[in-house]
Design a protein around this ligand. Sequence first.
Ligand code: FES
Ligand SMILES: [Fe+2]
Length: 464
Amino acid sequence: MLTKEDNELLCRVGPGTPMGEMLREYWHPVLLGSELPTPDCNPIRVRLLGEDLIAFRDSNGQVGMLANHCPHRGASLFFGRNEECGIRCVYHGWKFDVTGRCVDMPNEPAESNFKTKIKATAYPCVDRGGVVWCYMGAPANPPALPDIPFFLVPESHQFFTKRLQESNFAQAIEGGIDTTHASFLHTRLSVDLAMKREKDSKTNRTWGDDEQTNKGLAIAMKSKSARFELRDTAYGIMIASRREASAAETYWRINQFLFPYYTMPPSHAVVDKDSPKRSGGGHAFVPMDDEHTISWSFTANFQRPFTAEERERMSEYPNPGLHAGVPKGLLPATSAPMGAFRPTHNQTNDYGLDYDLQRTTQFCGIPDRSTQDNAVQESMGAIYDRTKEHLGVADTGVIHMRRRLLDAAKSLRDGGLVPPGVDAPKSYFVGGCGFILPNTESWIPTADALCGFTAGVDVVLADA
Ligand code: FES
Ligand SMILES: [Fe+2]
């Protein structure tokens, strides 16, 4: 459990809060590039770390992220005219470029220099790997972007989706690194049904071959409890869970937590050096505010483009979405922040829960994997009261992740210490994995060798 004070510290992300200030040290993946498809396209509303913002792509293709309220008298820049390298407020015509500089103030006398004194709040943005990233920290010194493998391959090798999660980001991370929940929430009532699901699901389709996947899955289904070992790294934590594979062997699954909110769960595939991974996946849980999260899912193939058929299969629903990467199964788009990414199955309809499905096929009876996560995590309340929980051995990774986040926020607040990973962007070039070792062997060298996404594979990286 956490004290009330630490729970508040963990979950509050607005300006001036310790966690909010820590998060502002990092770049954030915020938009699919396709949400701002062309120069001078329509602006869109963004909510990030408790701030209301307007994103626009200017005539040069550069993305700007300005505070919602115009610095003049506060009209929303969402209504603005995106024209000639800036966004012009429709109330009195003041115009701002992507840096927030006021470049025109047509309702003031021509001789006035008032516009030189006005600056809108503006956060730097860059396009990388099919995603728009935003940095909300001290403007003088943005760090390099993290070398997360999914963002370094060409867009043809990526499959990214996002959805609105109506809970605090820490709850979402906890779900992302909580290995044992997959043996319950996401599984079926028998090994055979589970293996069929693995074949049909997006998660492992391109990850390992069927034989590898079945091997790992069979062990995980047989041994639903696990013991944990942790290793702190430059980017965060390697969370190793171990299960008995046979009398003489252990099945290890390595789940990654990367500061400040990325997770890279292992697939069920058992990997060895002769059959390395050629694709992989992960998540980011980017806080919109204390009670809402952008829940990203990333999948990448490191050797070749995904085929149209693979893209179709990886979609949790048949695929004609509003933007590339938006699965069907979403409510009609609105102009609210993340308004185009609201799941059809949500708390107002019990997430599509079907008790007959629960009796016959699935452990939980909620149709798809992401919705299952949303259902349980949102049902905890938007900000769970962690003074009331009871944590066991299976929560070892969760406990340590919270401790690292809290320590990082306090160390920045009290000593100005740069949080983990900010200065180590290259350390993010890793992934999750699973493997079997003799009981006598340490997991660490093998994890180090195989969690490098590229182990034994000629990876295709995008140009610069
Ligand atoms: S409120 Fe924006 S120009 Fe007046
Ligand atoms: Fe899950």
